[in-house]
Design a protein around this ligand. Sequence first.
Ligand code: SF4
Length: 376
Amino acid sequence: MATLRDIVDARVREGDLYEKLDRERVRCYACGHCCPTHEGQPGVCKVRYNRGGTLYVPWGYVGGVQCDPIEKKPFFHAYPGALAYSFGMLGCDLHCAYCQNWVTSQALRDPQAISPPLEASPEALVRDALRQGAQVLVSTYNEPLITAEWAVAIFKEAKAAGLVTGFVSNGNGTPQVLEYVRPWINLYKVDLKSFDDHHYRKLGGRLQPILDTIRTLHRMGLWVEIVTLLIPGFNDSEAELRRLTEFVVDVSPDIPWHITAFHQDYKMNDPANTKADDLLRAAAIGRETGLRYVYAGNLPGQVGELENTRCAFCAEPLIRRHGYLIDEYAITPEGRCPQCGNAIPGRWAAEFKAQLAHQPFLPHHRRPLVTIHTRR
Ligand code: SF4
């Protein structure tokens, strides 16, 4: 039986996002690391590698699939109530000690992360998404930028079938990869983990490429929402949260900012779990700074109004939520406040349909995707 490394290395095709350098080296542009890679070596992500002066990239499998309410991504201003068919791949360009998806993201770096991939094709994934009743198809659970070519192949098929597409990403992009995905993607969630470059370096990245990505995505007209996992003692100082939210306001005060609660996971077991009061304090900073849509996540029922959407002009309640469940929906088919008539920033369906699910579930497969068995 093959190892995970053998399987991943065999399911590849030549990438689009690279240039050839001298002495059989290549430079990859799928993420902000822009790795110059020697012959026979993988990049930092461990899933793109140089063989004979050609960059090979993942193709033909997924790390897992799940049907999620779109609120779980989280997108709160994009097709509320929609079912988001979500697929992940393996590997990541960062190595966050608190990763909640470490089983897939660190699969090729950490021997404890065991995640057998599933055979997949764009056609089979889109067929399955439609069969589950999904309106949205999302690349998530690991970093989608590092498998951008494969995501675009799936998204082309998805768009032809009328689905909305999205990335849930750490935002460590490059101009090249963002231009590459732009025609095929509607929604983009960026995880803005900190506003301190030293913190980003501990996670294996840099702050500036993430900030550049947020500005570029907004300029391109993609729908962007930002999430910050609030970790006590790591990224929750008032000064850092002020700088972070001032940056977002400068891009656009209409970008929704989600502050979510940390719980101990993977290798980060020191900080206390985030409390509701911590989220309320961070939310107050975001509002004072000028953000119009601030939400608190991961502690349903404990954060009062911070699960709901109100009109930023007249404070009319527009969407009431409890966790991923939508209790009330009042936005007009034109995406406006029914009280004052102002446009609410986001991507709104002409009609709010009942939620298919407000909890994640595994797809009910008629023809299941096939597990590729591995040994360690
Ligand atoms: S995706 Fe990022 S980490 Fe992976 S090879 Fe390309 S530049 Fe390096």
